[in-house]
Design a protein around this ligand. Structure first.
Ligand code: 5GP
Ligand code: MG
Length: 172
């Protein structure tokens, strides 16, 4: 039987997001901010985060695939849904659910950088340190963990658990 061990409660997530939104609002005041959410995992986080900002923001989504139905990365990143909005003259903040090896985000950040935005930074709900393989820098993170497979608040395991309002460590 799989087990769900609490990592962050709803209230803790809310508090972290509130603080993060204040930092981002300060850092991007008077700049053209575009948040690019990575589907599907980041949609819950992004929708809460953007509503806490006190500055204008444009929102875009990309869809990437590296995990499929497994819980170990295949290491090969594809972009089944690319950007539609133009990032030229925009300060891009990539919003991701969780950074693990960093392969997904390094690939995406390089792709976005090639489209000539003013800047590219990374914001993650969870920064997971144990298996980092790239020097991909997470500029804003709500929470840092060493390892473990997390689910809830947008994070899935084989498409399940995204709807949980809190974040859990899934022990299979
Ligand atoms: P990376 O390329 O950094 O190794 O993997 C990043 C992607 O793998 C994340 O966007 C996420 O979709 C998935 N992933 C990595 N760790 C976890 C985890 O603990 N839980 C879930 N649900 N997905 C994860
Ligand atoms: Mg993801």
């Amino acid at each position: 039987m799989s087990e769900l061990i609490p990592v962050l409660t709803e209230t803790e997530i809310e508090q972290h997001i509130h603080q993060l939104a204040q930092r981002i609002s300060d850092d991007y005041r008077n700049k053209n901010l575009m948040m690019i959410g990575v589907l599907k995992g980041a949609f819950v986080f992004l929708s809460d985060l953007m509503r806490r900002l006190t500055i204008p923001v444009e929102v875009e989504f990309v869809r990437l695939s590296s995990y499929g139905k497994s819980h170990t990365s295949s290491g090969k990143i594809e972009i089944p849904k690319d950007l539609c909005l133009d990032v030229k003259d925009k300060h891009v903040l990539i919003v991701e659910d969780i950074v693990d090896t960093g392969v997904t985000l390094s690939t995406l950040a390089a792709h976005i950088a090639s489209l000539n935005p003013k800047s590219v930074k990374i914001c993650a709900l969870i920064d997971k340190l144990e298996r980092r393989k790239t020097d991909c820098q997470v500029d804003y993170a709500c929470h840092t963990v060493e390892g473990g497979f997390l689910v809830g608040y947008g994070l899935d395991y084989a498409e399940k658990y995204r709807n949980l309002p809190a974040i859990y460590h899934l022990k299979l």
